[in-house]
Design a protein around this ligand. Structure first.
Ligand SMILES: [Mg+2]
Length: 169
């Protein structure tokens, strides 16, 4: 854990589905509620990102409230100008943009997600380190030997990453 990443991030982009809850099951992922509580207590900036394009931010907030999270619509990322052209050109998910409210450089943030292609690969293409969680759609046989994408770090779950951040203070 000591060398998870060279530097501690100044801001986090956190994928929702497969990181905060299991898709379809609407079930919490172990440790995630605790991880968000810890993040709030150390006051690090973060935004949630989602590929559920059909859901409004308010709809997602209510869904997350039902399983125990207390977010507001402001916690959910809406697309900003950074990296937009790249993302559109390559058909990536448009939420992989550093929100102006986070006010950090791409390399000072970290994207945490369960999708090696769109979360980790997409973030890395934009200069944002990508951390893969072993939850949600993570599949070891496919993701640990990916031909082109190497995550900056791989963690058991969001809580493990947050605990590393706190220890590396
Ligand atoms: Mg996901």
């Amino acid at each position: 854990m000591a060398k998870l990443l060279k530097t501690k991030p100044k801001a986090l982009l956190i994928d929702v589905t497969g990181v905060l809850y299991e898709s379809g099951l609407n079930k919490l992922i172990d440790g995630s509620l605790e991880a968000i509580r810890l993040l709030n207590s150390i006051q690090i900036k973060y935004k949630l990102v989602t590929n559920e394009t059909q859901a409004t931010r308010e709809g997602l907030v209510s869904k997350l409230r039902r399983i125990g999270y207390e977010f507001t619509a402001d916690d959910i990322l809406s697309p900003g100008p950074v990296c937009r052209d790249f993302i559109i050109k390559h058909g990536l998910r448009p939420h992989l943009l550093i929100h102006p409210a986070l006010n950090v450089k791409a390399e000072e943030a970290v994207m945490i997600g369960d999708d090696i292609n769109s979360d980790v690969g997409g973030a890395q293409q934009c200069g944002i380190p990508g951390v893969l969680v072993r939850t949600g759609k993570f599949r070891p046989e496919r993701d640990l030997n990916h031909p082109t994408i190497k995550p900056n770090a791989i963690v058991d779950n969001l809580l493990q990453f947050v605990q590393w951040m706190i220890k590396s203070n």
